[in-house]
Each structure stands twice: as C-alpha cells, then as structure tokens.
Design a protein around this ligand. Structure first.
Ligand code: AMP
Length: 360
C-alpha cells in the first residue's frame, strides 16, 4: 500500500538522525535541491553537522532535544539505523519518519531480519539463535563449522562477529562475544558479493542502480566495482529480490541489499540496510543523480530521477584509517574523484573517505 505524501517544496527542512559521513552526503544532496537539513547526533563536531543548516548535539534519549528537533523539521530520516526504539516512537508521534519504522524494526536485529527475509521466500545462510553456550553448541551441531557467530544487534563493519573453525573452542567464542544474544550463521563459500541499491518512492515506484560487486577486507567494505561480473539475468533477479523486500516494508527512500553469489545463478541475501549504503557511493560520479539525491527525492515526495549509469566502469575504493594520508596523490590521479568526510581523527578501521575511479 502506498502512503499519502505531498511533495515538500524548496526551503522545507529535513531532519537527519545521525551525523556521520552518510548524513553529511545526504545533507549536501538536500542542499542541492534547495532543502535545509537539521542533524541530530550525540557526538560533538560531527561530519554532517558541519555542512547542515543546524546540528543538535544531544543523547538519543534526551526527550526535550528530540522534541526541539522534531519541531524544527518537516520530515525525519536517518543515516544510522540503531537509534533506540523509544526515541523513534516518540519522534514518529511528532513528524513523519521516512523510511517508516517497519524498515528499522525488521532490520535492527539479525534474527528478526533473517526470519523476515525467509518469510518472503528468499534464501539466507542457515542460522540459529544463540542465547547461551548450550544454544551455541546445539547450533554448531546443527549448522556445522566453519560458521560465524554474530551479535543480534549493533554489529557493523565486521564488529560483533567471530569466525569459528572446526577446531575452535565454542566456550571461548561465547565468552569473547560477552554473552550477548547472537546468531550462529553457516559459512557461505561464495564466488562473489554484490549489492542492490534502490530507491522506492511513496507511490511504490522503484529505481534501482546498476549492481556493484563488493570486496571486503577484515569485514569492512574495500571496493565496489560496477558493473558486477554477473549475468544480466542474475542482476535482474537480484533487483527483483531487493524490490520485493522494499515492497514488503513499504519502504520510502534508498534501501540496500547485500547478496552472496554462489556459482553462476544462486543468490543468498546477506543483509538489508534501510538507508544509503557504502556500496552505492560510486553513483556520485557514475550517475546524474546519486543515491543521496534519490533518497532525498523519495522522502520529500519528489519524483525519482533516472538511475542510469553514464560511465563504462567505476571502481569505488574506501579510504580507511591512514589511507587518508594519500589524499594529495589521489587528487592528482586522472579520472579519479576524491570524497573526504571531514573527520578530525583517523583511527584504524575508521572510514575517512573514498575515491571513485572512472574507466570511460
Ligand atoms: P556482515 O556485517 O554480516 O555483512 O558481514 C561482513 C562481511 O563478512 C560480509 O560482507 C562477508 O564478506 C563476510 N561474511 C558475513 N557473513 C558471512 C557468511 N555467513 N559466510 C561467509 N562470509 C560471510
């Protein structure tokens, strides 16, 4: 069912929950369309706050600040999907949140997410819930090893994950994870990883970008290359599966679905991100309207732009930690476009920027 939305005119105000690089690039895209942004972020001096009209620095559970934020905006969106449920419920009672809460509640918890994906008839890795060491032992016997133990909530960029090989001690892994609720996931011996980045409007219209192929290093995205080395049929199948997820959530905005590809034609859904996604950053230099503009268009009730790619091949490479030190050389490379997030401190594993290399 599509939701009733009227187009927000220029000078309307978009509220963004979360002030990281995704919020920064969303705020820049909104500014291009003549819209103002208010960012809400607990940490001071955040990347998005420095390019937004206004930034509210307050904890997620500060009701007075949340109320002031809601008061200051026309629509609320998020770049960070782990905003506490109570804060979201409160905000939703003040102003429209797009995407809606279903997109968050079905994807914040890996157990709920995988169960939801299977309910749509889509494949996932085998999984089992683990709330105790006894559960983990039973799950390992059922699923087999190697496998990956993942916390149910708050994991990202490979954090909150432990790979288990046959000889590993389950008790040690359970202790290392701190006894948090988790799932054990069977290890998929995939041939490649791909993702679908799509935008869905309130009318139900969907515009999907071309499918990139993603390479991770130590659980963190390293490169995304379009086009992925998969058949047109498989790419269409991936888009159809991601679209069925977006429809089931009645999602408004950009949504990303990560897949494992096994052989020439098998797709396994790994993860859903109900937001703009790192594997869609290539669109900034590969499409006339990138994923950030599509998201702002969708949540503001504007028509979606064409997702057509205008360059033969694009390789997006993340700049992680000290990689940022190479910015000067990278900025001199031909057909290479540098995007930096304005973070003052670089740390190991921290995303500092990315480069898009075009092969016209
Ligand atoms: P995630 O945070 O769950 O997306 O995991 C990060 C990365 O770890 C994935 O993109 C894969 O490269 C790898 N990974 C996660 N789960 C599995 C799995 N079940 N089998 C094989 N590789 C995995």
């Amino acid at each position: 069912m599509s939701q009733a939305v009227t187009s927000l005119p220029p000078l309307s105000r978009i509220g963004i929950l979360g002030g990281g690089q995704l919020g920064r690039m969303l705020a820049l895209a909104a500014a291009e369309l003549g819209l103002d942004c208010v960012v809400y972020e607990p940490e001071a001096d955040c990347p998005a706050g420095r390019v937004a009209t206004r930034c509210i620095t307050a904890p997620w559970d500060d009701q007075a600040s949340l109320a002031a934020f809601a008061q200051a905006v026309d629509v609320i969106t998020f770049e960070f999907e782990n905003v506490p449920a109570a804060s979201l419920t409160f905000l939703a009672s003040c102003k429209p949140i797009r995407p809606g809460l279903a997109s968050l509640t079905q994807t914040q918890d890996r157990l709920v997410e995988k169960t939801f994906i299977q309910s749509l008839g889509l494949a996932t890795a085998p999984f089992a819930a683990c709330d105790s060491l006894a559960d983990l032992e039973a799950a390992a016997a059922q699923i087999g090893l190697p496998a990956i133990l993942k916390t149910r909530t708050l994991g990202y960029d490979g954090k909150g994950q432990i790979r288990l090989r046959a000889a590993d001690h389950l008790a040690q892994a359970w202790q290392d994870l701190g006894g948090q609720s988790a799932i054990l996931e069977g290890f998929i011996d995939f041939d490649r990883e791909v993702s679908v980045i799509l935008a869905r409007a309130h009318t139900g219209q969907i515009a999907a970008f071309d499918v990139p192929e993603n390479v991770h290093k130590a659980g963190i995205l390293h490169t995304s290359t379009v086009p992925a080395r998969i058949s047109a049929d498989l790419a269409a199948k991936a888009v159809a599966q991601a679209s069925s997820i977006a429809d089931a959530l009645d999602h408004i905005g950009v949504l990303a679905v990560e897949f494992f590809v096994v052989g020439a034609d098998q797709l396994i859904v790994n993860e859903i991100a109900p937001r703009v996604h790192n594997s869609g950053h290539w669109t900034q230099d590969g499409c006339a309207a990138d994923q950030f503009q599509q998201h702002i268009r969708a949540i503001a009730g504007w028509p979606l732009a064409s997702p057509r790619r205008h360059t033969n091949q694009i390789i997006m490479t993340n700049l992680i930690g000290s990689d940022i030190e190479a910015w000067q050389g990278l900025s001199a490379e031909p057909d290479t476009y540098v995007h930096l997030y304005g973070k003052r401190q670089s740390r190991e594993g921290r995303k500092m920027g990315h480069v898009n290399r075009l092969k016209p």
